[in-house]
Design a protein around this ligand. Structure first.
Ligand code: ZN
Length: 251
């Protein structure tokens, strides 16, 4: 059940008929893994903690750098030099002490990644590199966990939800596995702060929808955001039956 304090804290979203008390209870009983406590992970962690997701696993092996602060809004000037996970945990505890926080300060190898993905209900990929994205996707397909994937670089953002529980859903590899995606990161190519905030906020929204079971998630659709012209486009994306990650695992 929800306590009086929880009913009050979450009252504005409980008011929504799509959430209601049942949805809030589902959030309280949910666990999410956030891979990367950077520009995308910052709004994701802030909103999921504020919304009352019961348990958040925070994964990042990096420490806060002065150049992060332009966009990684969970960290502040005081936290430069500190582990990103520790910096995020103190901020999240201040926002909502009721959320259980689990720290993953070392890089997740394939075994620990698989075990952690299996221990949660949804995974949010907020990393900044292709090899991590591929590893997270493979672990999600293997464990049958929905993956909310976001990316932003320069003035362009992308967002999609991959849900292996749905037969028609593609996985990340179906979409990006064949392309020779350049290995540019924000530290090399640059990025504008509010764009990662926007993509991260949408990732948090999609995760809340998946966990509380309302609305229509962004499955089988790729949202493209052009920050320069403020245009949103949507592409239909199909599952690749020959995909080396999800192709045989499903049958
Ligand atoms: Zn696939």
């Amino acid at each position: 059940m929800l306590t009086d304090d929880e009913l009050l804290r979450y009252s504005r979203q409980i008011l929504l008929q799509q959430v209601d008390i049942d949805g809030q209870l589902r959030l309280k009983q949910s666990r999410a893994l956030i891979v990367g406590m950077g520009g995308l992970g910052s709004p994701v962690a802030l909103y999921l903690a504020a919304a009352g997701v019961g348990e958040l696993h925070l994964a990042d092996f990096d420490s806060v750098d002065l150049t992060n602060l332009q966009r990684q809004i969970i960290h502040d000037t005081q936290s430069v030099g500190q582990s990103k996970v520790d910096s995020a945990m103190s901020r999240l505890t201040a926002i909502n002490p009721q959320v259980r926080l689990v720290a993953h300060r070392a890089a997740l190898d394939s075994d620990s990644l698989a075990a952690t993905v299996e221990a949660v209900d949804v995974v949010l990929d907020c990393s900044d590199n292709f090899s991590t994205r591929e590893a997270v996707n493979a672990a999600c397909v293997a464990a049958g966990r929905p993956l909310v994937s976001g990316a932003a670089i320069r003035l362009e953002g992308q967002l999609s939800v991959f849900d292996p529980r749905r037969a028609e859903s593609p996985c990340y590899h179906c979409l990006y596995g064949h392309g020779s995606e350049s290995e540019l990161t924000c530290s090399e190519a640059g990025v504008i702060g509010p764009l990662v905030g926007l993509v991260g906020s949408l990732q948090a929204l999609e995760a809340l929808k998946v966990l509380a079971e309302f609305g229509e998630p962004l499955v089988g659709r790729l949202l493209l955001i052009d920050a320069l012209s403020t245009r949103f486009r949507e592409l239909k994306v199909k599952r690749d039956p020959g995909c080396s990650v999800c192709g045989s695992a499903r049958q």
